[in-house]
Design a protein around this ligand. Structure first.
Ligand SMILES: Nc1ncnc2c1ncn2[C@@H]1O[C@H](COP(=O)(O)OP(=O)(O)OP(=O)(O)O)[C@@H](O)[C@H]1O
Length: 274
């Protein structure tokens, strides 16, 4: 029996998207001709979502993240971040960006590295110190602020770079394959830590990965992309609960989701028409 939909209560109304891409294309002119890094990308990301981008090398994952961060400019379409242009959003410090490599300065301590963008942004010393202490606790490096990067393991360095991206309270965290270079066990631990941090802070996260289990374990939505031209071929809503112990990866539903992502990757593979 068809029942009328209950009236939408105001508090349940969908929030305005934090990131909205409409018909976004980006073509790089190169000596070998134009490279269509992104073609007609449409995507809305809401507050508090964890969205992963997965796809073969060259499908435009990094380019899309960089476009959100105003590090690249679309050649067509519109992109807004918190309702602003990416440039305005960058100036409003709307996001923190975590790169593939931790990129910490070896001559600065961990606290000094986290402090650097805060110094550039003009936060006073007391505020900086309070922020550094808070984010170091968040990534469980509370005891390591006075160490130098080379005194820490790769996983700890990557956590420090996440702390640096969190220190100025950006609502959005953009992460480009942050755990790609780490071994499985460390990666598992950091995946768990990132989920806990996401649950505690309610950040909106855009996350690039090559790993199907990582995408499925972390995301509320998985965006599958394919190259030549770089485009979205599938968007998968995750039915997994927000609370996710690592063992959830042994469940049937996890296997089914992984299968769908794999099928999406396979379907997009070699289907380009650049
Ligand atoms: N500055 C640039 N100039 C020319 N071509 C570029 C530039 N940046 C990216 N490209 C090309 O755009 C396409 C998309 O690149 P992008 O780095 O976004 O892919 P990706 O999916 O992140 O790949 P990977 O998984 O290997 O990091 C590729 O063909 C790449 O060679």
């Amino acid at each position: 029996m068809n029942r009328p939909e209950p009236a939408l209560h105001l508090s349940q109304a969908p929030a305005a998207p934090v990131i909205e891409a409409r018909g976004v294309s980006l073509t790089f002119p190169t000596a070998d001709g134009p490279v269509h890094a992104l073609k007609d990308v449409n995507l809305s990301i809401g507050q508090g979502e964890f969205v992963s981008f997965i796809g073969p090398s060259g499908c435009g994952k990094t380019t899309f993240l960089r476009t959100i961060a105003a590090l690249e400019r679309p050649t067509a379409g519109t992109l807004t971040v918190n309702g602003m242009t990416p440039d305005q959003a960058r100036r409003a410090r709307a996001y923190g960006y975590v790169f593939q490599a931790p990129g910490l300065y070896p001559w600065r301590t961990i606290a000094g590295n986290i402090s650097l963008p805060l110094e550039i942004m003009g936060f006073d010393k007391a505020d900086r110190e309070a922020r550094i202490a808070r984010v170091l606790e968040l990534v469980e490096l509370g005891q390591f602020g006075s160490r130098y990067p080379w005194q820490l393991s790769g996983g700890m360095q990557q956590r420090a770079s996440i702390a640096r991206a969190l220190a100025f309270d950006a609502d959005i965290l953009l992460m480009d394959e942050p755990f790609g270079a780490l071994d499985e066990i460390v990666r598992d631990r950091l995946n768990e830590a990132l989920l806990a941090l996401w649950a505690r802070t309610g950040r909106t996260i855009g996350f690039v990965t090559h790993s199907i289990p990582e995408a499925v374990y972390l995301s509320t939505r998985i965006v599958v992309m394919s190259p030549r031209p770089g485009r979205i071929t599938d968007v998968i809503e995750s039915p997994l609960p927000r609370e996710r112990p690592l063992e959830i990866r042994d469940s049937k539903i996890f296997a089914e989701l992984s299968h769908r992502v794999r099928e999406g990757l396979r379907a997009g593979h070699g289907a380009g028409d650049d």
